[in-house]
Design a binder for this molecule. Structure first.
Ligand code: HSE
Length: 414
């Protein structure tokens, strides 16, 4: 018999308990033993639920109950989630979580504590919601050297970009719709400024390359500056704009880990992942590209991953050796400005014809773009691949004082 507790009864927490009760027979069959939710921790009262008797406001009741062997942390945020999870692991209880902020900031430390106490710390729900990605990466793809991981990891921004691309809504209008539909939070900063994607790519990069990648070492650019003009030029180029979290091993042993909106060719598998869906591409030396697709957020998709981890934790009688990475004090992430990409540039110029000639002379393989209702003074181009420093140097040569850059977006090839 495994007795479990759930910390938090918000959207995901209530989904976990409801899914657990709904599919209890098959869940117990898969766990090979009876399972029971013994406690739900929340500061609020829920007097009218069929399982109201399980609620407690006292964390120590769960911590000190020796019958509880598995705890799901679905509160979110760093504190008190970190202190709770740490003390539960130290007490010898396995913990599963959907909290990407916690895993991205404290994953190495919590994995170490779990190992030291011979229990598990699982977090399948922290990336990609209901999409299986953590376990496939560290188990099913274990024989591969992973050269690259790239994904659309945030449903809210993907919904906004889809509305901009398919319905020509501008950013503000699309964000408002996302808020009305309950996808975007009232304060949408973590989504639209890219931090949510950053946390998720840090988790995937740490798992793929074995050392903790911290969010503050990752260049993170959101989607707030994108315009319908950029979307139109991307279409003329033959693609779409997507917010991509990306981790890649470089030849010299370092990694590039970044979050930015990018031009993606329309035949790319990532280009066709729309609305609130997520997609994650993993490039293995044996498998080639493997793409995972599905619902990256929401009550039951996320609960699905949390409950699966609870089942695994109940079954496990030893710690997972493959779900592990080391802490790292040195920054293994290369300066993003030294990585070469083609750049899309939208430039306002008093003399665009002359500017086009200068750009052509300086960067022979440049591709010039056009859009409907393009103003006389506007020029759009995709440059050959170069790093930020090279681009800055070329622009200094070709731009006049009055010219201004209205848009700058990297191009990725998937
Ligand atoms: N705000 C996140 C998203 C929720 O939109 O994808 C899941 O992490």
């Amino acid at each position: 018999m495994a007795k479990v507790a759930v910390l938090g009864h918000g959207v995901v927490g209530s989904g976990v308990v409801e899914l657990f009760e709904k599919n209890r027979n098959s869940i117990e069959a898969k766990a090979g033993q009876p399972m029971e939710v013994k406690y739900i921790l929340d500061i609020r009262d829920f007097p009218d639920l069929p399982y109201s008797d399980k609620f407690t406001k006292d964390f120590n009741q769960i911590l000190n109950d020796e019958e509880v062997s598995v705890v799901a942390e679905v509160m979110g945020g760093l504190s008190p989630a970190f202190e709770y999870v740490k003390s539960l692991l130290e007490k010898g209880k396995s913990v599963v979580t959907s909290n990407k902020e916690l895993v991205a900031a404290k994953g190495a430390e919590l994995l170490r504590i779990a190992r030291e106490h011979n229990v598990n710390f699982f977090f399948e729900a922290s990336v990609g919601g209901g999409i299986p990605i953590i376990r496939p990466m560290h188990q099913c793809l274990a024989a591969n050297q992973i050269s690259e991981v790239a994904g659309i990891l945030n449903g809210t921004t993907n919904f906004i970009l889809t509305k901009m691309i398919q319905e020509q809504m501008d950013f503000d209008e699309a964000l408002e719709l996302a808020q009305q539909l309950g996808y975007a939070e009232r304060n949408p900063a973590a989504d639209v400024e890219g931090q949510d994607t950053c946390r998720k790519i840090c988790i995937l990069a740490s798992l793929a390359y074995g050392k903790h990648v911290y969010p503050n070492n990752v260049y993170t650019e959101g989607i707030t500056n994108l315009t319908l003009e950029d979307v139109a030029y991307a279409e003329d180029w033959g693609g779409v704009i997507k917010l991509i979290g990306r981790a890649k091993r470089l030849d010299e042993g370092k990694l590039t880990v970044t979050v930015f909106p990018a031009f993606i060719g329309k035949h790319s598998q990532l280009a066709n992942i729309d609305d609130v869906f997520n997609g994650i591409l993993i490039r293995g030396d044996a498998t080639g590209d493997v793409v995972f697709y599905g619902r990256g957020a929401g009550k039951f998709p996320t609960a699905s991953a949390v409950v699966a981890d609870m089942i695994d934790a109940a079954k496990a009688n030893t710690t997972s050796k493959s779900l592990n990475w080391e802490d790292s004090t040195e920054n293994q992430v290369a300066d993003y400005r030294t990585i070469a990409y083609p750049f899309y540039l939208r430039i306002r110029s008093d003399n665009p014809e002359q500017l086009e000639k200068k750009i052509h002379a300086a960067m022979l393989d440049s591709v010039f773009l056009s859009r409907r209702q393009q103003p006389q003074e506007e020029l759009a181009v995709v440059t050959p691949a170069m790093d930020d420093y090279q681009l800055e140097k070329v622009l200094k040569e070709v731009l006049d004082n009055n010219d201004s850059i209205l848009g700058k977006i990297r191009v990725l090839d998937y």
